[in-house]
Write a protein that binds this ligand. Structure first.
Ligand code: GLC
Length: 422
């Protein structure tokens, strides 16, 4: 058992060691660039170390923003060879190279927390005024680009966009994507054991999609029409929805014109109704659904549980989700396994197919707080503390043993610990 003071010092030191001068790598070697939702969450940790540096993390991420508003999933600030697929494979053809998809848009909600918690209010207000137009453009991009038919539900084009790469929730849809037939060399396996990482058959399809965007010239219309993978991802939809709620509140505080605010309110309303299409009575859960075939997948994951964070569940649904969460938590002493242990696809050590991720425990705790489910919220927090005490700042944790998995010295794990319970 490590002392609290020591854990705080270690977490702060870890962020400093992962600092590349304005942006933080998730961990050296395995992930040597700036990732979208990692950057947002890591900024929460920086708030406990250095507020100027925390705002800079967000500014550096926004440097990668596209003219159409997209904030990419990776910004390749510097050339590094330890990662595949790198900037050349994505082919974004931009001065500051980026990937060509996005990631769960937790950014706005984080910025709102940063503003609320800032000790230096003048700095926070100034930063917010500067970045608000970019945040607005990012959320507009999601609705315009990923829901051009105005269904109320945005689609995602890649498992990597979900941030939950090899989640079993999209096995079937990914299997329908053709594999690439050329040879390539993965670099993740040089850093982490293969039994903790996605399979080769999945990587072949991840790359096919990357090539597809390039061949489509990143044209939104072509991609929407022809992308062989389109998912209604409950996780992304929930995080976007909560982000939009927070954005509306920020826009009101900062005097953004009413017309823009109304536009977001309309989008928010539309999704509030549309999400009910993803509720499944038999499984008493919202389910990820293939937007091409309309097939929904009865695989319960932390992504589907994020509906609580999105505040989508009505009273009865919330009661069912709470019962499910109780059962889920009873299977592990470490919080929410990324896949429900009673699902066939569950594997306790393989990346997004079972392990526990600290930032997801935190998002789910915010969801349970919203519904007043205090016991579950406390349990999530307590088990997250146990994980850090027992295993330290790993990328994710074996859901049965609590052992650290994946990359070590991981930024978002340290940041969540600093922000949430240290
Ligand atoms: C992996 C995770 C993703 C994360 C990235 C960097 O790809 O699945 O969620 O953003 O690593 O940590």
């Amino acid at each position: 058992m490590t002392s609290r003071i020591k854990l705080i010092e270690e977490a702060k030191k870890l962020l400093q060691e992962n600092d590349m001068g304005g942006y933080t790598v998730p961990t050296h070697g395995l992930y040597p660039f700036q990732w979208n939702w990692d950057a947002a969450i890591t900024a929460l940790g920086w708030m406990k170390v250095d507020e100027i540096r925390a705002w800079q993390e967000i500014e550096m991420l926004l440097k990668g923003q596209w003219e159409n508003g997209m904030v990419p999933h990776i910004v390749f600030h510097k050339q590094v060879d330890s990662y595949f697929p790198g900037a050349d494979v994505w082919g974004s053809n931009r001065e500051l190279a980026t990937t060509t998809i996005s990631q769960p848009p937790v950014l706005v909600s984080v910025v709102k927390i940063m503003l609320e918690q800032a000790k230096d209010k003048t700095l926070a207000n100034n930063k917010l005024k500067e970045m608000l137009p970019s945040l607005i453009a990012y959320h507009q991009w999601w609705y315009n680009d990923r829901d051009p038919e105005n269904t109320g539900l945005v689609v995602s084009y890649h498992p990597w966009e979900s941030g939950m790469d090899n989640s079993p929730a999209w096995d079937k849809s990914l299997a329908a994507v053709p594999p690439v037939t050329y040879q390539y060399k993965r670099k993740d396996l040089e850093h982490v054991d293969s039994d903790e990482r996605p399979h080769a058959s999945e990587y072949d399809r991840y790359l096919f999609l990357v090539d597809f965007y390039k061949k489509s010239n990143f044209d939104s219309k072509v991609m929407y029409k022809e992308c062989p993978y389109k998912m209604y991802d409950v996780g992304i939809i929930s995080i976007l929805h909560k982000g939009t709620k927070d954005l509306i509140s920020l826009c009101n505080s900062f005097g953004v014109e009413q017309q823009k605010i109304h536009w977001f309110e309309k989008e928010y309303q539309k999704t509030t109704f549309a999400i009910q299409r993803l509720w499944n009575e038999e499984h008493q859960s919202f389910l990820n659904t293939d937007a091409i075939t309309n097939e929904s997948f009865p695989v319960l994951t932390t992504g589907t549980m994020l509906a609580l964070y999105g505040e989508f569940a009505n009273r009865e649904q919330a009661i069912s989700l709470r019962a499910l969460m109780k059962d889920w938590l009873a299977d592990t002493g470490y919080g929410m396994s990324s896949t429900y242990a009673k699902c066939e696809a569950y594997e306790p050590q393989r990346y997004w197919r079972g392990p526990v991720w600290l930032h997801i425990n935190w998002l789910l705790a915010l969801g349970t707080d919203h519904y007043g489910f205090d016991d579950e919220s406390q349990q999530l927090k307590f088990s997250s503390e146990v994980l850090i005490n027992e295993s330290g700042y790993f990328e994710y944790f074996n859901s049965e043993t609590g052992a650290g998995c994946g990359g070590g010295q991981f930024s978002w794990t340290a940041a969540i610990a600093l922000h949430w319970f240290l």
